[in-house]
Design a protein around this ligand. Structure first.
Ligand code: FES
Length: 188
């Protein structure tokens, strides 16, 4: 794949949520964390792609073009190999989420308990245009940049749906009438 096509395939990373995340920087801390992780894969550095991407997303909120370049250089592999991992796993984001990112399970048990209605409610309260959610745009950010939503597949708590992750916090039995309560827990 040519350089131009690759650049085109990397999503634009600017959203109203960008204000909450510092730009990617290969600081001494990040380099040291990556170097340590790479030592766990003495046979093939390629195996360190996932851990390095997790480090990037944990520190910078999403995987930017600059971060893809850095991971590729760090592991001495082609950029396209890093990009293919980023685009394969839904857990990796290519654009900035909101300060509070809501991931709502839409798999059968949660859907039957009202997860789609919960999504509607959260979007309504946070002024997110839910119609923008699609396969090509899995995350939509509120105009203020404080909130974002995304559907998730089964989050492994099917008996207590609807289930929702807010950043790293797990919430169970979040029926649509509890949407406001869930938003109120996280104030910008
Ligand atoms: S269906 Fe939602 S957690 Fe399994």
């Amino acid at each position: 794949m040519s350089h131009e096509i690759l650049e085109h395939a990397v999503a634009s990373d600017t959203t109203p949520g960008t204000q909450h995340f510092k730009p990617f920087e290969a600081s001494a801390e990040i380099e040291a964390l990556a170097d340590e992780r790479i030592t766990h894969y003495p046979v093939s550095k390629l195996s360190a792609v996932l851990p390095l991407l997790h480090i990037v997303q944990h520190h910078f909120g999403f995987i930017s073009k600059e971060a893809i370049d850095w991971v590729a250089n760090k592991l001495e592999i082609e950029k396209i190999k890093v990009l293919s991992v980023v685009t394969f796993y839904p857990g990796f984001r290519q654009s900035a989420p909101g300060k509070f990112h809501y991931r709502i399970c839409r798999t059968l048990s949660c859907a039957m308990e009202g997860s789609y209605e919960l999504m509607e409610k959260i979007c309504e309260i946070t002024n997110i245009d839910r119609t923008q959610l699609s396969h090509h745009q899995p995350i939509v950010v509120s105009p203020c940049g404080n909130y974002s939503v995304e559907f998730a597949e089964c989050l492994a708590s099917c008996g207590t749906g609807p289930v929702c992750l807010v950043n790293d916090d797990f919430h169970e039995s979040v029926t649509p009438d509890k949407a406001q309560e869930l938003i109120d827990k996280y104030q910008a």
